[in-house]
Design a binder for this molecule. Structure first.
Ligand code: ZN
Length: 180
């Protein structure tokens, strides 16, 4: 394990230190980027350091006051490029950002596609493992949208794609069928 990857984990933890995940367990936010990087390495067999660093940093620009320039200064242009590719444009509405993720998925670099595959797998798995207080209909809509994004990312890593499919199928099977 390289010093740069560990430095990315440490800096991401510092950036996200006051944040919690959406779920009911009050999970520290950093657990999510750690899970994304771990999925890439363990399931996807990814060893590329820049991709693993970017996985650890994938939400710092979107969700903290860190900038792409900060990421580039600390971790280099390649890592910052991946983080830019996987960050939503926060000037857009939530609905438009979700639409853009579907439209842009097929045009991303291989590294960004790998990070998005693992990110969506982590987020969809958390709907069961650390569920937000959403009605089942909203949880199902989230899975459906995630599948649309994933369909634009396929063809880069069959193991990660299979992990997403298995996770989404598990959510489908275990979510209640109505809201009462
Ligand atoms: Zn994420």
């Amino acid at each position: 394990m390289s010093a740069r990857v560990l430095a990315a984990a440490r800096w991401a933890a510092a950036q996200h230190h006051q944040q919690r995940r959406k779920g009911r367990h009050d999970t520290p936010y950093i657990n999510h980027p750690l899970a994304v990087a771990e999925l890439l390495a363990r399931v996807g067999g990814v060893t590329d350091e820049a991709i693993l660093c970017a996985a650890l940093l994938h939400d710092v620009v979107e969700d903290t006051d860190a900038t792409l320039a900060d990421v580039e200064a600390r971790f280099g242009a390649e890592v910052a490029g991946y983080v830019a590719e996987v960050s939503d444009d926060k000037t857009l509405t939530k609905a438009e950002r979700k639409r853009q993720q579907v439209l842009k998925a097929p045009h991303k670099s291989v590294g960004a596609k790998l990070i998005k595959l693992a990110d969506k797998t982590s987020n969809v798995g958390d709907l069961l493992d650390d569920p937000p207080a959403w009605p089942a209909s909203r949880l199902r809509a989230y899975v459906a949208w995630s599948r649309e994004v994933i369909d634009g990312l396929r063809g880069v890593n069959p193991a990660l794609e299979a992990a997403f499919d298995a996770t989404a199928a598990r959510v489908d099977a275990e979510l209640p069928t109505d809201d009462d």
